[in-house]
Design a binder for this molecule. Structure first.
Ligand SMILES: Cc1cc2nc3c(=O)[nH]c(=O)nc-3n(C[C@H](O)[C@H](O)[C@H](O)COP(=O)(O)O)c2cc1C
Length: 239
């Protein structure tokens, strides 16, 4: 079978911090599944404006902002599986990640609406990870926000090991003393590490199952059209 791509998406504005460490842990496990090619993408330092609701994209199929959204979109579209990682900010997603997931579908959907179809069934296999400084600082809400985005984008969400507490995703805790804000405190959270490992492995295994299934159905000519899409913005939104 062909190789498949697993993207680790790190939504922290801090480079190589706790969220990065859990996503990296997950990706290392994902990479043990034969055929998995892994890549980590940090949003730290990227410029992604919030949506201003101008709806110009509905006409032009392009956003009025020339920023890093297209790079984010390229990575997203090219992945077969995605491990999402986000810190908890004010009991939810940080604005950087929220801005990206607000704009992503709204820019793509007009292209399909014009063709009279729904957006494709992307069927990317997704696992979700979050880190908050507090033990119960809003992790479940943050996981739910990422899960909802995955569902809205016609993806497939899996959990990690539920015995490790990863019921709907991995809830890490980074606020250990003495340095409450250290960038690697989450490595002391054994349950989060186990949850990240099992999530990474399961995302890769399930991505492989979906990819193999799609390849067989495509070979038989039985894969419904809505499961087939070409990658890259130039394919869905020609200039
Ligand atoms: C603006 C802001 C808001 C935050 N809000 C919360 C919160 O509501 N709950 C929580 O547990 N931690 C909160 N934190 C702490 C971060 O979630 C925590 O430091 C986490 O480790 C950050 O991820 P990172 O280490 O990958 O950057 C907040 C941090 C910042 C900067």
């Amino acid at each position: 079978m062909e190789n498949f791509k697993i993207l680790g998406l790190v939504g922290s504005p801090r480079k190589e911090a706790n969220t990065y460490r859990l996503v990296k842990t997950a990706l290392e496990e994902a990479a043990t599944v034969p055929g998995a090619e892994v890549e980590i993408y940090e949003m730290a330092g990227k410029k992604i404006n919030h949506c201003i609701g101008c709806h110009k994209c509905a006409k032009t199929l392009r956003c009025v902002f020339k920023d890093d959204l297209m790079e984010f979109m390229d990575k997203y579209l090219a992945a077969d599986g995605i491990i999402w990682g986000s810190p908890v900010y004010h009991m939810g997603l940080p604005s950087l990640m929220k801005a990206a997931i607000d704009r992503l579908p709204n820019m793509m959907e007009p292209f399909y609406l014009r063709k009279g179809t729904d957006k494709p069934r992307y069927s990317k296999v997704c696992g979700v990870i979050t880190v908050g400084a507090h033990r119960n600082g809003g992790q479940e809400l943050t996981l739910s926000q990422m899960i909802n985005s995955c569902l809205l984008m016609n993806n497939i969400v899996i959990s990690g090991m539920t015995l490790a507490g990863a019921y709907i995703g991995v809830a890490g805790h980074s606020g250990q003393m003495p340095d409450f804000l250290a960038k690697d405190n989450v490595l002391q959270d054994d349950w989060a590490i186990l949850g990240a490992k099992t999530t990474g492995k399961r995302v890769a295994e399930m991505t492989k199952i979906v990819a193999e299934g799609k390849a067989v159905l495509k070979g038989n000519g039985e894969l419904p059209q809505e499961y087939i899409y070409r990658e890259g913005p130039e394919k869905w939104a020609p200039e």
